[in-house]
Ligand binder design. Structure first.
Ligand code: FAD
Ligand code: SF4
Length: 338
């Protein structure tokens, strides 16, 4: 590992000020805020991320950034809440099961005890070419160098939202629940606080896969806010992986349904494991709205969700797998007893 300085943040605006660095920050990212460190330190050990300075923000986990607050109108999750605490919180488990399940099915108990919600959404891809600097070709790690995965081993890679420059899949689980539930993200930057739609946080790779989010350098996620609605209780997260624990999704689906008997008033659907960013399946949602939900309707919605899928040599299986996961998620969520 390369030498770096480590400091404990005593004050959020000061941490953000220190992390606010100029222009090339997205590529070199010389100052990194650190939550649980389970992504950051991993990638530093692999020599993929090479910050000069690491600012540990966990001391800021006081009321403002470290609490879970549920009211009649919204759920507010502080960015420094541990994944395990949010996954086991009574209000989250009862009223926002898709959030609790997405967190509970992510990583291992040890990692969930360490990792925080802010860092979770910002975890980097598990593309093996990205994680191994001995491969020069990786536009995400080394802009302009090409993409080793497109003609390489791409079994875990995305089929939606890809570009000719990067096909890396977004690996997290929690983000699917947040995008399905129309969450917003509160952030603090050098210019003060702002709020953005979670759907605007992650950027499609396009021709600049190294720029992964819409955050400015140094901006710190302080909280996620999820609006309460009749759909949040009828919600679920289904995750399919190579083994039943401690593995990233090959395909996953977050669903929240507002039902009137067997009729769908509105459906909220997000896909994981199959896309370059947390993926809202808007076409599938539109097909389901205002109609009865049965197996045939679920299959039609799944076909619509993957209509634009683009496969590569080893990942074509993700289309039927993703469709089957979506059908299962819809029928499971519809059948929930509230
Ligand atoms: C073996 C293994 C298996 C895993 N399996 C899964 C899985 O199945 N599903 C899943 O979802 N995840 C999985 N993970 C990923 C894990 O969930 C993430 O590493 C973790 O959530 C990141 O949180 P952290 O607090 O440790 O982030 P850190 O490592 O501290 O930070 C990650 C990044 O976010 C930035 N950052 C951190 N907090 C903030 C903030 N508040 N504001 C702005 N920037 C911030 C850091 O600068 C860094 O760039 C796995 C990880 C490992 C190691
Ligand atoms: S898929 Fe993206 S992350 Fe993986 S090698 Fe290609 S450019 Fe790099």
């Amino acid at each position: 590992m390369r030498p770096f300085t480590y400091s404990l943040a005593a004050d959020a605006p000061e941490a953000v000020r220190q992390a606010t660095v100029p222009a090339d920050a997205h590529v070199r990212a010389p100052v990194q805020l650190m939550g649980g460190g389970t992504t950051l330190l991993d990638l530093m050990k692999l020599d993929v991320m090479r910050p000069d300075a690491v600012i540990d923000i966990t001391p800021l986990a006081t009321a403002r950034y470290g609490n879970i607050e549920a009211s009649a109108t919204e759920l507010r999750l502080g960015a420094l809440v541990r994944m395990s605490d949010a996954a086991e919180d009574h209000a989250v488990v009862t009223d926002y099961p898709v959030i609790a399940q997405s967190l509970g099915l992510a990583a291992s108990q040890q990692l969930r005890n360490m990792a925080r919600l802010g860092g979770n959404a910002l975890q980097r891809t598990r593309c093996s070419y990205f994680r191994d600097p001995s491969y020069e070709q990786c536009n995400k790690r080394n802009p302009g160098s090409g993409c080793a995965a497109i003609d390489g081993f791409n079994r875990l890679h995305a089929v939606l939202g890809t570009s000719e420059h990067c096909i890396a899949s977004y690996p997290g689980d929690f983000a699917q629940a947040l995008i399905a539930l129309d969450a917003t993200v509160e952030v603090l930057g050098a210019g003060g606080a702002r709020s953005i739609r979670f759907a605007d946080l992650h950027r499609l790779p396009g021709s600049t896969p190294h720029i992964e989010t819409s955050l400015a350098p140094g901006e710190m996620i302080t909280a996620y806010v999820v609006p309460a609605g009749p759909w949040t209780r009828r919600s679920a997260y289904i995750k399919v992986r190579d083994r039943e624990s401690y593995a990233f999704a090959l395909a996953s689906v977050a669903v929240a349904l507002d039902m009137d008997g067997t009729m769908v008033r509105s459906a909220r659907i997000a896909l994981g494991g199959v896309a370059t960013v947390p993926w809202r399946a808007a076409e599938a949602e539109a097909l389901l709205a205002g109609k009865p939900l049965d197996e045939a309707a679920a299959h039609k919605a799944a076909d619509a969700a993957f209509a634009d899928a683009k496969t590569h040599e080893h990942n074509a299986y993700k289309v039927p797998l993703g469709k089957a996961t979506l059908v299962r998620a819809l029928l499971t969520t519809q059948a929930m007893e509230l």
